[in-house]
Design a protein around this ligand. Structure first.
Ligand SMILES: [Zn+2]
Length: 274
Protein backbone atom coordinates (compact mmCIF):
# COMPACT_ATOMS: atom_id res chain seq x y z
CA UNK A 1 0.00 0.00 0.00
CA UNK A 2 1.43 3.31 -0.99
CA UNK A 3 0.97 6.76 0.41
CA UNK A 4 -1.39 7.41 -2.43
CA UNK A 5 -4.00 4.84 -1.41
CA UNK A 6 -6.69 7.01 0.03
CA UNK A 7 -9.58 9.03 -1.23
CA UNK A 8 -8.71 12.41 -2.63
CA UNK A 9 -9.86 15.18 -0.37
CA UNK A 10 -12.63 17.24 -1.82
CA UNK A 11 -11.55 20.49 -3.41
CA UNK A 12 -12.04 23.35 -1.02
CA UNK A 13 -11.97 26.88 -2.35
CA UNK A 14 -9.91 29.66 -0.81
CA UNK A 15 -13.13 31.35 0.26
CA UNK A 16 -14.30 28.24 2.05
CA UNK A 17 -10.91 27.80 3.70
CA UNK A 18 -10.95 31.36 4.96
CA UNK A 19 -14.51 31.02 6.17
CA UNK A 20 -13.73 27.85 8.01
CA UNK A 21 -10.71 29.50 9.62
CA UNK A 22 -12.82 32.45 10.75
CA UNK A 23 -15.37 30.09 12.26
CA UNK A 24 -12.70 28.17 14.12
CA UNK A 25 -11.20 31.44 15.32
CA UNK A 26 -14.56 32.58 16.67
CA UNK A 27 -15.04 29.21 18.33
CA UNK A 28 -11.67 29.43 20.11
CA UNK A 29 -12.46 32.95 21.28
CA UNK A 30 -15.85 31.87 22.54
CA UNK A 31 -14.12 29.24 24.63
CA UNK A 32 -12.17 32.05 26.24
CA UNK A 33 -8.89 31.32 24.54
CA UNK A 34 -6.74 34.36 23.83
CA UNK A 35 -5.79 33.94 20.23
CA UNK A 36 -3.48 36.04 18.10
CA UNK A 37 -4.19 35.28 14.43
CA UNK A 38 -1.67 36.20 11.77
CA UNK A 39 -3.15 38.87 9.54
CA UNK A 40 -1.25 39.72 6.38
CA UNK A 41 -2.01 43.13 4.97
CA UNK A 42 -0.92 43.84 1.44
CA UNK A 43 1.02 41.47 -0.69
CA UNK A 44 4.19 41.00 1.26
CA UNK A 45 4.27 38.55 4.11
CA UNK A 46 6.83 40.69 5.94
CA UNK A 47 7.82 44.28 5.32
CA UNK A 48 10.18 45.23 8.11
CA UNK A 49 13.87 44.53 8.46
CA UNK A 50 13.27 41.98 11.21
CA UNK A 51 10.36 40.27 9.51
CA UNK A 52 12.04 40.05 6.13
CA UNK A 53 15.32 38.94 7.64
CA UNK A 54 13.51 36.17 9.50
CA UNK A 55 11.96 34.92 6.25
CA UNK A 56 15.11 35.23 4.17
CA UNK A 57 17.12 33.39 6.81
CA UNK A 58 14.76 30.43 6.64
CA UNK A 59 14.70 30.50 2.85
CA UNK A 60 18.48 30.52 2.71
CA UNK A 61 18.68 26.95 3.97
CA UNK A 62 18.19 24.24 1.39
CA UNK A 63 16.61 21.98 4.05
CA UNK A 64 13.75 24.44 4.25
CA UNK A 65 13.64 26.26 0.92
CA UNK A 66 11.69 23.57 -0.91
CA UNK A 67 9.22 23.11 1.93
CA UNK A 68 8.45 26.67 2.89
CA UNK A 69 6.39 27.62 -0.20
CA UNK A 70 3.73 25.17 0.94
CA UNK A 71 2.99 27.42 3.87
CA UNK A 72 2.72 30.71 2.03
CA UNK A 73 -0.84 30.43 0.84
CA UNK A 74 -1.86 29.19 4.28
CA UNK A 75 -0.52 32.21 6.07
CA UNK A 76 -1.67 34.60 3.33
CA UNK A 77 -5.19 33.22 3.48
CA UNK A 78 -5.50 33.77 7.20
CA UNK A 79 -5.31 30.11 8.16
CA UNK A 80 -2.82 30.67 10.98
CA UNK A 81 -5.49 31.48 13.50
CA UNK A 82 -3.23 31.66 16.49
CA UNK A 83 0.48 32.34 16.83
CA UNK A 84 2.27 32.70 20.12
CA UNK A 85 5.96 33.46 20.44
CA UNK A 86 7.74 32.93 23.72
CA UNK A 87 11.26 32.25 24.84
CA UNK A 88 12.49 29.28 22.82
CA UNK A 89 9.05 28.41 21.54
CA UNK A 90 6.60 29.14 18.76
CA UNK A 91 3.11 27.69 19.09
CA UNK A 92 0.47 27.98 16.40
CA UNK A 93 -2.97 26.73 15.52
CA UNK A 94 -3.43 26.30 11.79
CA UNK A 95 -6.73 25.65 10.09
CA UNK A 96 -6.68 22.95 7.43
CA UNK A 97 -9.20 20.18 6.94
CA UNK A 98 -9.20 20.37 10.73
CA UNK A 99 -7.27 22.36 13.30
CA UNK A 100 -3.63 21.46 13.68
CA UNK A 101 -1.33 22.34 16.53
CA UNK A 102 2.15 23.38 15.52
CA UNK A 103 4.98 23.57 18.00
CA UNK A 104 8.40 24.81 17.06
CA UNK A 105 11.23 24.80 19.56
CA UNK A 106 14.05 27.24 18.90
CA UNK A 107 17.29 26.93 20.82
CA UNK A 108 18.45 30.07 22.60
CA UNK A 109 21.41 31.97 21.19
CA UNK A 110 24.48 30.52 22.88
CA UNK A 111 25.97 33.08 25.24
CA UNK A 112 29.34 33.03 23.46
CA UNK A 113 27.66 33.85 20.18
CA UNK A 114 25.53 36.56 21.75
CA UNK A 115 28.59 38.18 23.32
CA UNK A 116 30.29 38.16 19.94
CA UNK A 117 27.26 39.81 18.32
CA UNK A 118 27.15 42.47 21.05
CA UNK A 119 30.87 43.13 20.69
CA UNK A 120 30.63 43.44 16.91
CA UNK A 121 27.68 45.86 17.14
CA UNK A 122 29.09 47.81 20.02
CA UNK A 123 28.81 51.54 19.63
CA UNK A 124 26.69 51.29 16.50
CA UNK A 125 23.17 51.14 17.87
CA UNK A 126 22.03 54.31 19.57
CA UNK A 127 18.56 53.50 20.73
CA UNK A 128 16.06 50.75 21.23
CA UNK A 129 13.74 52.46 18.77
CA UNK A 130 16.38 52.38 16.04
CA UNK A 131 17.10 48.77 16.84
CA UNK A 132 13.50 47.63 16.77
CA UNK A 133 12.69 49.67 13.69
CA UNK A 134 15.68 48.15 11.95
CA UNK A 135 17.22 51.55 11.29
CA UNK A 136 20.69 50.12 11.56
CA UNK A 137 24.10 50.53 10.05
CA UNK A 138 24.79 48.02 7.34
CA UNK A 139 27.54 46.39 9.38
CA UNK A 140 25.05 45.78 12.19
CA UNK A 141 22.47 44.36 9.83
CA UNK A 142 25.06 42.08 8.31
CA UNK A 143 26.22 40.92 11.71
CA UNK A 144 22.81 40.12 13.18
CA UNK A 145 21.87 38.31 9.97
CA UNK A 146 25.12 36.38 9.66
CA UNK A 147 24.19 32.86 8.76
CA UNK A 148 24.66 30.52 11.69
CA UNK A 149 26.38 33.21 13.76
CA UNK A 150 23.72 35.89 14.02
CA UNK A 151 20.37 36.19 15.70
CA UNK A 152 18.36 34.02 13.36
CA UNK A 153 18.22 30.28 13.91
CA UNK A 154 19.85 27.66 11.71
CA UNK A 155 17.95 24.42 10.96
CA UNK A 156 19.92 22.58 13.64
CA UNK A 157 18.49 24.97 16.23
CA UNK A 158 14.91 24.45 15.13
CA UNK A 159 12.74 21.49 16.15
CA UNK A 160 9.45 21.17 14.31
CA UNK A 161 6.29 19.32 15.17
CA UNK A 162 2.68 19.31 13.98
CA UNK A 163 -0.37 17.26 14.90
CA UNK A 164 -1.27 16.58 11.26
CA UNK A 165 -0.70 13.20 9.57
CA UNK A 166 1.76 14.62 7.03
CA UNK A 167 4.97 12.77 7.66
CA UNK A 168 7.12 15.43 6.01
CA UNK A 169 9.60 17.06 8.29
CA UNK A 170 8.13 20.42 7.46
CA UNK A 171 4.43 20.21 6.63
CA UNK A 172 2.52 23.18 5.26
CA UNK A 173 1.18 24.04 8.71
CA UNK A 174 4.66 24.34 10.16
CA UNK A 175 5.78 26.34 7.12
CA UNK A 176 2.78 28.66 7.53
CA UNK A 177 3.61 29.18 11.20
CA UNK A 178 7.22 29.98 10.35
CA UNK A 179 6.12 32.62 7.83
CA UNK A 180 3.67 33.86 10.42
CA UNK A 181 6.62 34.67 12.66
CA UNK A 182 7.99 36.94 9.92
CA UNK A 183 4.68 38.77 9.76
CA UNK A 184 4.47 39.01 13.54
CA UNK A 185 7.98 40.52 13.75
CA UNK A 186 6.68 43.43 11.64
CA UNK A 187 4.31 44.31 14.48
CA UNK A 188 6.42 43.18 17.39
CA UNK A 189 10.12 43.07 16.45
CA UNK A 190 11.15 42.61 20.05
CA UNK A 191 9.84 39.06 19.88
CA UNK A 192 12.94 37.96 17.97
CA UNK A 193 14.97 38.72 21.09
CA UNK A 194 12.38 37.08 23.35
CA UNK A 195 12.35 33.99 21.14
CA UNK A 196 16.13 33.70 21.13
CA UNK A 197 16.39 34.29 24.86
CA UNK A 198 18.56 37.41 24.75
CA UNK A 199 18.26 40.93 26.09
CA UNK A 200 18.17 43.43 23.23
CA UNK A 201 19.27 46.18 25.62
CA UNK A 202 22.73 44.64 25.62
CA UNK A 203 23.17 45.67 22.00
CA UNK A 204 22.82 49.35 22.71
CA UNK A 205 25.65 51.83 22.89
CA UNK A 206 27.28 51.78 26.30
CA UNK A 207 25.26 48.78 27.43
CA UNK A 208 28.30 46.79 28.49
CA UNK A 209 31.26 48.01 30.52
CA UNK A 210 33.60 45.92 28.48
CA UNK A 211 32.35 47.08 25.12
CA UNK A 212 34.79 48.94 22.98
CA UNK A 213 34.38 52.67 22.73
CA UNK A 214 32.71 53.50 19.48
CA UNK A 215 34.24 55.72 16.90
CA UNK A 216 31.20 55.78 14.72
CA UNK A 217 29.39 59.04 14.37
CA UNK A 218 25.61 59.14 14.53
CA UNK A 219 25.68 59.71 10.79
CA UNK A 220 27.02 56.22 10.37
CA UNK A 221 23.57 54.90 11.10
CA UNK A 222 21.97 54.35 7.82
CA UNK A 223 18.27 54.47 7.32
CA UNK A 224 17.33 51.91 4.79
CA UNK A 225 14.27 52.03 2.67
CA UNK A 226 12.17 48.93 2.29
CA UNK A 227 13.56 48.15 -1.13
CA UNK A 228 17.12 48.62 0.07
CA UNK A 229 16.51 46.12 2.83
CA UNK A 230 15.12 43.63 0.38
CA UNK A 231 18.05 44.16 -1.97
CA UNK A 232 20.58 43.97 0.81
CA UNK A 233 19.32 40.70 2.12
CA UNK A 234 18.78 39.07 -1.21
CA UNK A 235 15.13 38.38 -0.66
CA UNK A 236 14.76 37.05 -4.16
CA UNK A 237 12.40 34.16 -4.02
CA UNK A 238 13.17 30.83 -5.56
CA UNK A 239 12.03 30.81 -9.12
CA UNK A 240 8.45 29.85 -9.32
CA UNK A 241 6.12 28.73 -11.96
CA UNK A 242 3.34 31.26 -12.27
CA UNK A 243 0.82 28.52 -12.75
CA UNK A 244 1.75 26.72 -9.56
CA UNK A 245 -0.40 27.05 -6.53
CA UNK A 246 0.41 28.81 -3.34
CA UNK A 247 3.71 30.24 -4.46
CA UNK A 248 4.28 33.93 -4.63
CA UNK A 249 5.68 35.38 -7.81
CA UNK A 250 9.40 35.92 -7.82
CA UNK A 251 10.03 39.17 -6.07
CA UNK A 252 11.99 40.82 -3.35
CA UNK A 253 10.07 39.36 -0.49
CA UNK A 254 7.72 36.49 0.20
CA UNK A 255 4.45 37.64 -1.21
CA UNK A 256 0.84 36.76 -0.98
CA UNK A 257 -0.34 36.17 -4.52
CA UNK A 258 -3.51 37.97 -5.38
CA UNK A 259 -4.95 34.76 -6.66
CA UNK A 260 -3.35 32.29 -4.31
CA UNK A 261 -5.04 29.00 -4.89
CA UNK A 262 -6.82 27.00 -2.27
CA UNK A 263 -4.37 25.54 0.17
CA UNK A 264 -6.29 22.30 0.17
CA UNK A 265 -4.93 19.67 -2.13
CA UNK A 266 -6.39 19.88 -5.57
CA UNK A 267 -8.20 16.86 -6.80
CA UNK A 268 -5.84 14.45 -8.42
CA UNK A 269 -2.82 16.67 -7.94
CA UNK A 270 -1.47 16.06 -4.52
CA UNK A 271 -1.21 12.99 -2.36
CA UNK A 272 -1.44 14.99 0.82
CA UNK A 273 -4.51 15.62 2.84
CA UNK A 274 -4.57 18.71 4.98
ZN1 LIG B 1 1.03 19.81 9.74
Amino acid sequence: MSDYDFEWPAYVSVGEQRQRAQKELARLRKRGREVAPVVIEGRKIAKSFWGQSWCSNLESYSDFASRLPRGRSYVCNGLVIDLQIDKGKIAAVVSGSELYDVTIAIAPVASKRWRAICAACSGSINSLVELLQGRLAQSVMDRVCQKGEGLFPAPGEIKLSCSCPDAARMCKHVAAALYGVGARLDEAPRLIFVLRGVDEGELLVGAGQDLAISKSAPGATKVLADDDVAALFGLEMAETDNSSVAVAPAGKSPRCGRKASAPAAKKGRSPRRA
